[in-house]
Design a protein around this ligand. Structure first.
Ligand SMILES: [Ca+2]
Length: 190
């Protein structure tokens, strides 16, 4: 009897560890939707989405759609042209606008960056960024990404993210004690 419970506990323990590690890469991403966190004009100078060291966003492997456009001088494609000087600019300053970046294929993302509009009105550049799979299900949501100022802001990185969710040693010790306790209790029943 105790072998049954012990085995399942150990299996659950490793499933838990695996699920924690699995958060490092965001798998099967098909679309990224960017909105303003401030209900202001949405403006994006650049967006990158790296998979295995290759940027699938600004290299012709993704297309943009958007809810509105300030003028033809600021198209969605300007957010994927590799040039910090050009940017997408939406038309609405008080209703929520969105910019969608859809990949030609699904990708496993390990790093993302966003660059806001540098210089004039950069204070608008705080974003909510959501990732979706091909079925339209949400995979991840990053709220309040601050890209005020100039240049690329890395808001997701597999390497740094990997270091955060790994359980504290004290948690591992507690889980180990729990397993020993379960082992003991069930052994007494036999
Ligand atoms: Ca650009």
């Amino acid at each position: 009897m105790y072998n049954f419970y012990l085995r399942n506990s150990v299996v659950m323990f490793f499933v838990f560890l695996f699920s924690v590690k699995a958060q490092a890469t965001i798998f099967d991403v098909n679309e990224i939707v960017i909105t303003s966190a401030l209900n202001d004009y949405l403006q994006v100078a650049e967006f990158t989405a790296f998979s295995g060291g290759f940027d699938y966003a600004s290299t012709g492997n993704a297309t943009t759609t958007y809810s509105s456009l300030y003028s033809s001088s600021y198209p969605g494609s300007a957010a994927l042209d590799g040039n910090l000087g050009s940017f997408f600019h939406s038309a609405n300053s008080s209703t929520p606008d969105w910019l969608s970046i859809e990949f030609n294929t699904v990708i496993d993302i390990d790093m993302m960056q966003i660059a806001g509009r540098s210089g004039y009105d950069y204070g608008r550049d705080i974003y909510n960024i959501e990732l979706f799979n091909a079925a339209g299900s949400s995979l991840a949501l990053f709220n309040g990404v601050n890209a005020q100022g100039e240049g690329y802001v890395t808001f997701y990185d597999k390497i740094t993210t990997q270091n955060n969710p790994i359980p504290e040693p004290s948690i591992l010790v507690l889980m180990g004690l729990g397993l020993i306790g379960l082992f003991s209790v069930n052994r007494r029943k036999v």
